[in-house]
Design a protein around this ligand. Structure first.
Ligand SMILES: C[S@@+](CC[C@H](N)C(=O)[O-])C[C@H]1O[C@@H](n2cnc3c(N)ncnc32)[C@H](O)[C@@H]1O
Length: 184
């Protein structure tokens, strides 16, 4: 390998490592890094929450849309995906533009802690424990009775799940029962 070629290879490797690191870890500062929800966990989340055409789902931290598009396409729900990282927002917009359904997928580039949850019937999340801790008072203040929260990996602290799928690390909560059970 010539010296010049070696320089290009080294530069490409550095750009690749830095770019991948940015893509996965930069959003840690906001509440979670990036890791797509595995397919089996998505299936379980949507099944446990019994997501259907009458639901308004909010995916907090939508990533590249693993939950958003499955809920809209396979379950017929209206879905709002909220994502803070701009490259993932661009991917989400591209996926909606190419595959739709445009009338049932709404996308918001912004901070999930600013989202109004009062119209949600189902909230989905795959976030870090600190984010779940911060979300809990927002859930309790804003979720309408009967709303389901379904989380992959991390629990809502202090709440009691109605159902747990341990192999897929999925926790289903129903508000306000989950909060009352936790208080008692
Ligand atoms: C573990 S990924 C989950 C991705 C997605 N829910 C899925 O099903 O594949 C968490 C996502 O939350 C996003 N995120 C983290 N903090 C956020 C915040 N405060 N507001 C909006 N999005 C956030 C990250 O950028 C990342 O894409």
């Amino acid at each position: 390998m010539t010296g010049e070629l070696a320089d290009y290879v080294a530069l490409a490797a550095i750009v690749g490592v830095v770019g991948t690191g940015y893509f996965i870890f930069a959003s840690f500062a906001f509440g979670a890094g990036y890791q797509p929800t595995p397919g089996g966990a998505v299936t379980s989340m949507l099944a446990l929450a019994e997501v259907g055409p009458n639901d308004r789902v909010i995916d907090l931290g939508a990533g590249t849309g693993a939950i958003v598009f499955r809920a809209a396409r396979h379950r017929g729900a209206h879905v709002l995906g909220v994502e803070v990282e701009p490259i993932r927002v661009a991917i989400l917009r591209l996926r909606r533009a190419i595959g739709g359904p445009r009338d049932r997928v709404e996308l918001s580039w912004g901070n999930l802690f600013d989202i109004d949850l009062r119209r949600a019937t189902v909230v989905t999340c795959f976030l870090w424990p600190g984010a779940m801790e911060r979300l809990k008072p927002r859930f309790e203040a804003q979720l309408p009775p009967g709303a389901r929260v379904v989380s992959h990996w991390h629990k809502v602290p202090g709440w009691v799940p109605e159902q747990v799928d341990l192999p897929h690390q999925v926790y289903l909560y129903r508000w306000p029962e989950a909060g009352r059970a936790g208080a008692g």
